[in-house]
Ligand binder design. Structure first.
Ligand code: ADP
Length: 473
C-alpha cells in the first residue's frame, strides 16, 4: 500500500504513532487489569478466611462444655442456612476418625490430610486450599484443634466451596477481556485521528517545500502558528531557504561577474594574437607584442587565483588552519615583504612597535588579507608619502591599522569597495591593475575569523583600513 507521497503505509509516522499508542494502551490495560484482578482475588480470599474463622466461633462459642451432641447440633445449624458461600463442617477425633459430619460435606469425603492434622496437633489453626481431583473444584479448609481439660480431644474442620469466589473472579476477567477489542478499535481510530491531525502541518510543509525550485528560491513556507516544534521547523526551513537563496544569488552573481571580467582580458589576448599573426614583423615588434600578452596572462592568472580563493571561501570555512601566533611577528614579516616595493615607489612604509600580542587564526590567510590592504595603500599612495602599519589591543580584540595619506576614497564608494569586482578607478585596465577582488577576499577572510573590516577615508587626505579581530577564535 502506497500513499501519494510514495511512503509505504507501515513506514508512515501516523502508522507508527498509532501502533505505539495501541501498544501503550494495551500495556496499561494489562497492568491495571492484572493489578485489579489480584487485588480482588486477595480480598475475596481474605473474606473467605474471615468467614471460616467466624464460623468456628459460631459453632464453638455456644457450646460451653465440650459435648458431642451440642457440637453436632451446632454444626448442622451453621451448615444448613447459607445460600452463597455454603459451608460444610466435620469433627475428627484424635484417632483421625470422623465423629460428626454435616450432610453436605464433600462427596466423596475429603481424605484427612495428615499435614494439617499434624499442624493442628501442635495447637495451630491452619487454613489450606484443597483441589478435589475428580470434579476439579476447590475448597478452603480450616482445621482447628479443640482441647478440653488441657488435652486435645477433636479437630474441627470447616470448608467453603470456592466456586462463588472463582465465579466472581472469572466474571471480572471476562469483563476486562471483553473490553479489549473495543479498546483496540477505539485506540486505532483515536490514534490515527490524532496522528493525522498533528502531522497535517508536516504534509503542508512537504507540499510547500516541493514547490520551491531554483526558479522561485524567494518563496517561503507559509508560517504555521502552532507554537510547537512544527512552527520551529517551518521557521528553521525558511531561514535555511533564506541562506540558500543568498548563497545561490551570490554564486549566480559571481559566475556572471567572473565571466564578464574574464571576457575582457581574453578579448585583449585574442586581439594581441591576431595582431601578431596579421603580418610579418621584426623580432623587436614580436617581442613587444608577446610581452603585452604576457602581462595580460599574468593579470589573468592573478584574477583566477583570486576567484579560486573566493570560491573556496564560499564553501569551506571548516578548512581554516588556525594556530596561535605573535601578531608583532606577522607585522614585521609584512614590513619586510613590502619594503622593497615601497622603496621602489619612494613611499615611507613603517611599522609602529607595540607590546607583544598573541592572536589565534589562520596565519597564512590573515597575512594574505593584510597584504592586500598594504598593497592597495602602496598602490594608491603617491610617491614621497607615508604608509604606516600598527595595532592596538581592545579588551578581547585587537585592531590592526593600515594608514596611508594617499588618494583617499570618496564617501559614495566606501561601502562598495568590499564588493566583488568593484573598482573605483575604472581608467586602470582590469588585467594590468587589480580585478576588484582584493578587498572582498580580505573581507571574507576577516569574516571567517569573526572579525570586521572598516575604512575611514577622505579624498586627497588618505585612508585608514581597520581590521578588528578577536584574540581567541
Ligand atoms: P583592486 O584589486 O582593484 O585594488 P580591491 O578590491 O583591492 O581591488 O579594491 C577595490 C577598490 O578600492 C580599488 O579599485 C580602489 O579604487 C579602492 N581602494 C582600495 N584601497 C585603497 C586605498 N588605500 N586608497 C584608495 N583607494 C583604495
Amino acid at each position: 500500500m502506497y500513499s501519494k507521497n510514495k511512503i509505504k503505509f507501515f513506514k508512515k509516522i501516523g502508522f507508527k504513532i498509532t501502533l505505539w499508542y495501541l501498544l501503550s494502551v494495551l500495556i496499561i490495560i494489562g497492568i491495571v487489569g492484572s493489578y485489579l484482578y489480584y487485588s480482588l482475588d486477595l480480598k475475596l480470599n481474605r473474606q473467605v478466611n474471615t468467614l471460616l474463622k467466624d464460623q468456628v466461633e459460631d459453632i464453638l462459642h455456644p457450646t460451653k462444655k465440650l459435648n458431642l451432641n451440642d457440637l453436632n447440633t451446632a454444626i448442622k445449624r451453621e451448615t444448613s442456612y447459607r445460600k452463597i458461600h455454603k459451608i460444610s463442617a466435620r469433627l475428627i477425633d484424635t484417632e483421625k476418625k470422623v465423629v460428626v459430619t454435616s450432610p453436605n460435606f464433600f462427596d466423596p469425603p475429603l481424605t484427612i490430610s495428615s499435614k494439617s492434622i499434624a499442624a493442628a496437633q501442635n495447637g495451630n489453626e491452619i487454613i489450606e486450599t484443597i483441589r478435589i481431583k475428580n470434579n476439579n473444584n476447590c475448597y478452603r479448609l480450616l482445621t482447628k484443634p479443640i482441647e478440653y481439660d488441657g488435652s486435645l480431644k477433636y479437630f474441627l474442620q470447616i470448608a467453603i466451596y470456592l466456586e462463588d469466589t472463582y465465579k466472581t473472579l472469572d466474571h471480572f476477567k471476562q469483563r476486562i477481556l471483553i473490553l479489549i477489542p473495543g479498546v483496540i478499535v477505539i485506540t486505532i481510530i483515536g490514534g490515527w485521528f490524532i496522528s493525522r491531525k498533528s502531522l497535517a502541518p508536516i504534509n503542508h510543509i512537504i507540499n510547500s517545500s516541493k514547490s520551491i525550485t531554483s526558479e522561485n528560491l524567494d518563496a517561503r513556507l507559509n508560517p504555521v502558528h502552532t507554537g510547537d516544534e512544527l512552527e520551529q521547523l517551518t521557521k528553521t526551513i525558511n531561514l535555511m531557504l533564506e541562506r540558500i537563496e543568498k548563497s545561490f544569488k551570490k554564486n549566480v552573481q559571481f559566475t556572471s561577474d567572473a565571466s564578464h571580467e574574464l571576457r575582457t582580458p581574453i578579448t585583449g589576448l585574442k586581439a594581441g594574437t591576431e595582431v601578431i599573426l596579421s603580418k610579418g614583423r621584426s623580432a623587436e615588434e614580436y617581442r613587444e607584442l608577446h610581452e603585452n600578452n604576457l602581462i595580460v596572462f599574468e593579470g589573468l592568472t592573478r584574477m583566477i587565483d583570486d576567484m579560486f580563493l573566493l570560491s573556496r571561501s564560499d564553501s569551506s570555512l571548516g578548512e581554516l588552519k588556525s594556530s596561535t601566533f605573535l601578531l608583532n611577528g606577522l607585522l614585521n614579516e609584512l614590513h619586510a615583504t613590502f619594503s622593497l616595493l615601497s622603496e621602489l615607489k619612494n613611499i615611507n612604509f613603517t611599522v609602529k612597535s607595540s607590546n607583544p600580542v598573541k592572536i589565534c587564526g589562520d596565519r597564512a590567510l590573515l597575512k594574505r588579507s593584510l597584504s592586500n590592504i598594504i598593497d592597495n595603500s602602496i598602490k594608491y599612495t603617491p610617491s614621497g608619502r607615508n604608509v604606516c602599519l600598527y595595532f592596538e589591543e581592545k579588551n578581547d580584540n585587537v585592531a590592526i591599522y593600515v594608514e596611508d595619506n594617499g588618494t583617499g576614497i570618496s564617501d559614495k564608494y566606501k561601502d562598495r569597495i568590499f564588493d566583488r569586482f568593484f573598482r573605483v578607478d575604472l581608467s586602470r585596465t582590469r588585467w594590468t591593475g587589480g580585478a576588484g577582488l582584493g578587498l572582498s577576499i580580505c573581507k571574507d577572510i576577516i569574516d571567517f575569523h569573526h572579525g570586521k573590516i572598516e575604512v575611514k577615508s577622505k579624498i586627497g587626505e588618505g585612508s585608514t583600513f581597520i581590521v578588528t579581530l578577536p584574540k581567541k577564535q
